[in-house]
Design a protein around this ligand. Structure first.
Ligand SMILES: NC(=O)c1ccc[n+]([C@@H]2O[C@H](COP(=O)([O-])OP(=O)(O)OC[C@H]3O[C@@H](n4cnc5c(N)ncnc54)[C@H](OP(=O)(O)O)[C@@H]3O)[C@@H](O)[C@H]2O)c1
Length: 274
């Protein structure tokens, strides 16, 4: 039986994952900001901690408590809690940026930092960071969210190199659009609208609003994918979830490769002569 620590199990992907982990007979220590998640099957193997990611000192304390509840050993840590911020970059405020990074970047970092001494002592563990396709192939109107998820992607990639030799695995899971509360008024935040960006950001905002509740991604299937990931002997550093994520990633990858190739001579011209 494996023990999972999952942040943000009140709703959405975190709730679907917690249910799936419990349904397969494993244990979950999950965090919520308030209340209790709606979980019945396997509830005897679920322990819930209250944690708001904006409360910085509470984050490592929750990790300590989770290891204590787990009897000292946690096998999989999933940094899932997070939210999106939509709008143009220009009108966004420092406070919006700081809050977003506090929840989507600093909190996962604090969790990882607090957990690593324990995972190193175990000589095992799998850290799964839920990023976003916005953190690999950003679109218009979600630049700050993309910046936050890029940060978590970068951290994950470097972390994998640092802790791989110590027996700890790392995966950055980048979902496309999934049918959770993510785009609902309960979750998503918006920077002030700016008429200068009506044709770009305004359109993408309208597109996101229309997409809410109709996203192609099924959270229960995402949960099954993450179970498979955690079972894998040799899990990938990068995993995309959803056909839209794959489409967006491929376009980004091809465009980037072509651009870098087109400017190859300039790139190679900046070294000192051999
Ligand atoms: N759904 C998508 O289309 C999509 C796409 C790409 C990436 N993602 C990522 O997937 C993850 C899960 O999102 P979701 O789709 O499941 O969205 P969701 O349905 O809105 O759920 C978000 C979860 O994060 C928690 N959370 C938000 N702010 C928090 C805070 N300050 N402290 C503690 N917990 C907090 C929420 O808790 P409360 O119930 O207390 O608010 C909730 O459990 C996020 O990291 C998101 O960026 C989602």
């Amino acid at each position: 039986m494996t023990t999972w620590f999952i942040t943000g199990i009140s709703r959405g992907l975190g709730l679907a994952l917690a249910r799936a982990v419990l349904a397969q007979g494993d244990s979950v220590i999950g965090t919520v900001r308030a209340g209790r998640p709606e979980i019945t099957t396997g509830a005897e193997r679920l322990q819930v901690l209250t944690l708001d990611m904006l409360d910085a000192p509470a984050v490592p304390a929750a990790v300590e408590r989770a290891f204590a509840l787990a009897g000292g050993r946690i096998d999989v840590i999933v940094n899932n809690a997070g939210y999106g911020l939509l709008g143009a970059i220009e009108p966004a405020t420092d406070a919006e940026l700081a809050r977003l990074f506090e929840v989507d970047v600093f909190a996962p970092f604090r969790i990882i930092r607090a957990a690593l001494p324990r995972l190193r002592a175990q000589g095992s563990g799998h850290i799964i960071n839920i990023t976003s396709i916005a953190g690999r192939a950003p679109g218009v109107g979600s630049g700050l969210y993309a910046a936050a998820k890029y940060a978590l992607e970068g951290l994950s990639a470097s972390l994998a190199l640092e802790v791989g030799p110590l027996g700890i695995k790392v995966t950055a899971v980048a979902p496309g659009a999934f049918r959770t509360d993510f785009l609902s008024a309960h979750s998503i935040r918006h920077s002030a609208a700016d008429a200068a960006y009506a044709d770009s950001v305004g359109r993408s905002d309208a597109h996101f609003t229309a997409m809410a509740g109709r996203q192609a991604g099924d959270p229960d299937q995402a949960a099954q994918a993450i179970l498979a990931l955690a079972r894998a002997e040799d899990p990938p550093l990068h995993l995309l979830l959803g056909s839209d994520a794959l489409r967006r990633f491929r376009v980004k990858q091809e465009t980037m490769a072509a651009e870098i190739e087109a400017w190859r001579e300039v790139t190679l011209g900046t070294d000192y002569p051999a």
